[in-house]
Design a protein around this ligand. Structure first.
Ligand SMILES: C[S@@+](CC[C@H](N)C(=O)[O-])C[C@H]1O[C@@H](n2cnc3c(N)ncnc32)[C@H](O)[C@@H]1O
Length: 420
């Protein structure tokens, strides 16, 4: 069932935003009816995604005009990709997204209907904040949040103004700006890249069933990926974990129409869950923001939290050599967008890292500027799979032994929102 016009708490919340969301969802429902011609679905998709790309690439162009150009680092020798190179990758991604929708692998995005008022509000916020972002970029100052938040108990590597964004990941304002910033950066294609993790998820669920199956989204941010997951499999038990309480609060708002979603504040490298608690773990755009040592700790923790036979779905930036025509872009990115661990990430051997954590690779696909990777935790005779029905739910704030998300310091892992 699609969300109705009432909130998860049962109250009727017929605001214009919920109305538009529900209208978009209802119309997306229509596009899945067998009687609706494939031509109509295709047209609706092309119109909605075309508008989306035009809007966000327009904002990108405006951004380039009103901010200073960051010269390529001298060590970047390769040629920057041409517009044609980039368009080829983008068209390939959109063709795949549409093909997946047409094949019923996932639904038309729930927010496919353009919402001009919301887009304008977001754009205004983004443009107002851009001056601050630009100031940090010009001074190469990605440490503002470290100076301001020194005593908050977060790990040092996390206290960065990633992408030179205001407040790093530590405020509601940052959470409200994040989605639009990312879409501007990727010209409106970020959600389509995230959706490329849905087909392998669907295959896994088709094989195992939804009842008793649990998914953990590590570093769920504002909940974009979980929104697509819940829209397609509303009965799936899902948990979103993130280090940022502010981003989790935004995710809580975005996921309010859905049940069986729990949001937990915690660290990927110290997951507050029992061994084998989840059948599926997803993790999107986290690894490139972790120092190598923490990346390995997170890989080990993800493997520990997966049940034998469980699936890990990763979506993250391309690495060097994935698409040689884009290599210079990957070299330039951390210079222009304060990404302190990115240069290491693009050279890291992720296959070896997850193999060392006990996971088996099942394939990697390129999705425009991202790679989608699948890993499996082998079924082992020694550790028989605990029946899903008997396995306890991951602990909540009330029943979980206290574990610090920051490696033993004072902050508590806490559950932000309980699902139904
Ligand atoms: C680039 S964002 C990606 C968010 C989301 N997955 C998406 O697709 O947009 C990185 C997210 O990782 C979170 N994060 C960074 N380091 C983390 C850690 N060690 N443990 C948990 N979350 C972390 C940040 O708070 C932020 O929400």
């Amino acid at each position: 069932m699609r969300p109705s016009l009432s909130g998860a708490d049962g109250r009727n919340e017929l605001t214009s935003a919920t109305f538009m969301r529900s209208l978009a969802a209802a119309m997306a429902d229509l596009t899945t009816l067998p009687t609706v011609s494939p031509g109509l679905v295709r047209t609706a998709y092309r119109l909605s995604q075309g508008l989306r790309m035009a809007w966000y690439s327009g904002l990108y162009r405006l951004t380039s005009q009103i901010t200073s150009r960051v010269p390529a680092a001298p060590e970047v020798k390769a040629r920057m990709p041409s517009r044609r190179d980039l368009m080829a990758g983008l068209e390939d991604l959109l063709a795949r997204d549409l093909a997946n929708i047409e094949a019923g692998r996932y639904r038309m995005p729930h927010d496919w209907l353009p919402r001009p008022a919301a887009w304008l509000t977001q754009a205004a916020r983004y443009l107002v904040d851009l001056r601050e972002v630009e100031r940090r970029r010009r001074h190469r100052d990605g440490q503002e949040v470290w100076r301001e938040a020194e005593r908050r108990g977060y790990p040092r590597y996390y206290l960065q103004n990633f992408h030179y964004q205001t407040d790093g990941y530590l405020s509601r304002r940052s959470a409200e700006l994040y989605d639009v910033q990312v879409e501007v950066l990727f010209g409106g294609s970020a959600d389509a890249m995230r959706r490329q993790a849905l087909p392998p998820l669907g295959e896994h669920l088709a094989g195992r069933g939804i009842a008793g199956t649990r998914l953990l989204d590590v570093a769920c941010g504002t909940g974009r990926f979980l929104g697509f997951v819940k829209d397609n499999w509303p009965r799936l038990e899902t948990v979103g974990l993130d280090m940022s309480g502010a981003y989790l609060a935004a995710a809580g708002d975005a996921l309010r129409p859905y049940r069986r979603v729990r949001l937990v504040e915690g660290a990927a490298e110290r997951l507050p869950f029992a061994d084998g608690s989840f059948d599926i773990v997803s993790c999107l755009y986290l690894l490139h923001e972790l120092p190598r040592k923490v990346r390995r700790l997170a890989a080990a923790e993800i493997s520990r939290a997966l049940a034998p036979g469980g699936l890990l779905l990763l979506v993250d930036s391309l690495q060097l050599g994935d698409v040689p025509a884009y290599d210079a872009l990957l070299e330039h990115f951390p210079v222009a967008f304060h990404e302190p661990y990115y240069a290491d990430y693009v050279r890291d051997d992720l296959g070896a890292m997850f193999a060392a954590a006990g996971l088996r690779p099942e394939g990697t696909e390129i999705a425009y500027l991202s790679r989608v990777m699948r890993f499996r935790k082998p079924e082992t005779a020694a550790r028989a799979r605990v029946s899903a029905a008997k396995r306890p739910m991951p602990p909540t704030a009330r029943n979980r032994a206290e574990r610090s998300p920051t490696g033993g310091r004072s902050r508590r892992a806490r559950s932000i929102r309980g699902g139904a």
